[in-house]
Design a binder for this molecule. Structure first.
Ligand SMILES: C[S@@+](CC[C@H](N)C(=O)[O-])C[C@H]1O[C@@H](n2cnc3c(N)ncnc32)[C@H](O)[C@@H]1O
Length: 390
């Protein structure tokens, strides 16, 4: 690779690349899923950055603009950046790309200072059904307020993708406990005083770092669900580069099962070890195998749950691959359920039947080239005597 290219990618960490891949793929899917149902789109980047990495690798605003450009439906972007130099660069980079968009707004400000104006953009009076997607991507924890996320989530088709900085939160809690930081900003972050009290209690009580992380994450997810009404929350874990610990999460917040399902499929493609681990996380290539996952039992649990379900009788494949994946607490994808069912069939734990004839349809009758298929309409049945959910 020429030295300039190397410098570019040096500025652009694998974690940032994965974050951008998730944003770009999901936002494209969001736009095409909604294009027929809405009148307009509004992309909000509350912590927009300087527009590019290195000289020309696109940052989040350009990725979103790429998905909106050329749509038949009108679209606007609002980009907020607090740092003066970064804002100048952002303006230079973005302005040439705004021609095809309506009512876009680039603003040099703190996100919390302009949230009222963001929610009162002309696009909301001009069009009735506006789909709003917000990317909340701060460097740390400061400036992220639960009430702002709540307001974005109450908008029609409102969704947020939030960078949740676990490292930063951990340090902040430490400083609050040590008495060197006030708690008020944490109340903004968690949305309520009782939630902060629980977080402080958890920080003090948990000696085991991974336990503490899971408890704090789940506490935040609960606060997010309670405050925003987002039934579907999907966290994607990022390891700190070169260290066996979590740096941050991307959390997708939505109120719609289809959005949840689409984001799971996108996150699965960005997951280093998804097929074997079945969890949403990103590890750098050189870190794979160096540590165990926080959630490794996910696939074992899925298998036990499938067997348990089949105790109640035969089920269509789509029960698992289409219905279960839309349950808010189910973090597996349809592809993964299909893969698990095929594996269970190979181990003689289940049989597959044709839905119309009720006859067995073994795997050799369902091959497509070298691969076995498992259509959603097929029926699965537990093999008698082998249906142990333990
Ligand atoms: C991680 S960078 C954003 C990167 C960008 N979203 C991307 O993916 O290309 C975070 C940016 O937020 C800006 N920032 C920090 N606090 C802010 C605040 N309260 N409001 C708006 N921007 C803020 C920082 O100056 C920085 O440029």
């Amino acid at each position: 690779m020429p030295s300039v290219g190397r410098r570019h990618f040096g500025d652009y960490s694998p974690q940032t690349q994965a974050k951008h891949a998730i944003l770009r793929k999901y936002f494209c899917a969001y736009v095409s899923a909604l294009e027929r149902n809405v009148d307009a789109f509004h992309y909000v980047d509350g912590f927009a950055g300087q527009g590019t990495y290195g000289d020309d690798l696109p940052g989040s605003p350009l990725l979103a603009i790429g998905a909106l450009t050329g749509l038949v439906k009108p679209a606007a972007v609002t980009l907020v950046e607090a740092d003066g130099r970064a804002f100048e660069k952002l303006e230079q980079v973005i302005t040439p790309h705004l021609a095809g968009l309506a009512d876009s707004w680039l603003v040099h400000a703190e996100f919390e200072a302009v949230i009222d104006q963001v929610l009162a953009r002309p696009i909301y009076t001009r069009y009735r059904n506006v789909a709003t997607f917000a990317f909340i991507d701060p460097c740390g924890v400061k400036g992220v307020r639960m009430r702002d996320i709540s307001r974005l989530m109450t908008l029609r088709y409102g969704e947020c993708l939030l960078f949740w900085n676990y490292d930063g939160l951990n340090r902040w809690l430490g400083a609050v406990v040590a008495g060197s930081h006030p708690t008020e900003r944490l109340v903004d972050f968690f949305g309520s005083r009782p939630a902060v009290d629980l977080a402080i209690e958890c920080y003090r009580a948990s000696a085991q770092p991974r336990r503490k992380e899971i408890e704090l994450r789940d506490l935040y997810l609960k606060a997010l669900r309670d405050s925003t009404g987002a039934a579907f929350l999907l966290p994607f874990r990022f390891e700190a580069a070169g260290k066996a610990r979590t740096s941050h999460y991307l959390i997708h917040c939505s109120r719609h099962p289809l959005a949840f399902r689409m984001m799971k499929d996108v996150m699965a493609t960005a997951t280093t070890d998804f097929a074997t681990v079945g969890v949403f996380e990103f590890l750098r290539a050189d870190e794979i195998g160096a540590q165990s996952s926080l959630f490794r039992p996910a696939l074992d649990n899925a298998r036990a749950a499938i067997l348990n379900e089949l105790r109640g009788g035969d089920r269509a494949v789509r029960t698992f691959t289409e219905k279960w994946v839309e349950r808010p607490d189910d973090f597996l994808t349809g592809k993964l359920y299909r893969q698990e069912l095929l594996q269970m069939e190979a181990e003689d734990l289940i049989q597959v039947m044709d839905s119309r004839s009720g006859q067995l349809k073994p795997v050799n009758q369902r091959m497509k080239g070298p691969r076995p298929t498992l259509g959603p309409e097929l029926i699965v049945r537990a093999v008698a005597g082998r249906n142990s959910a333990t």
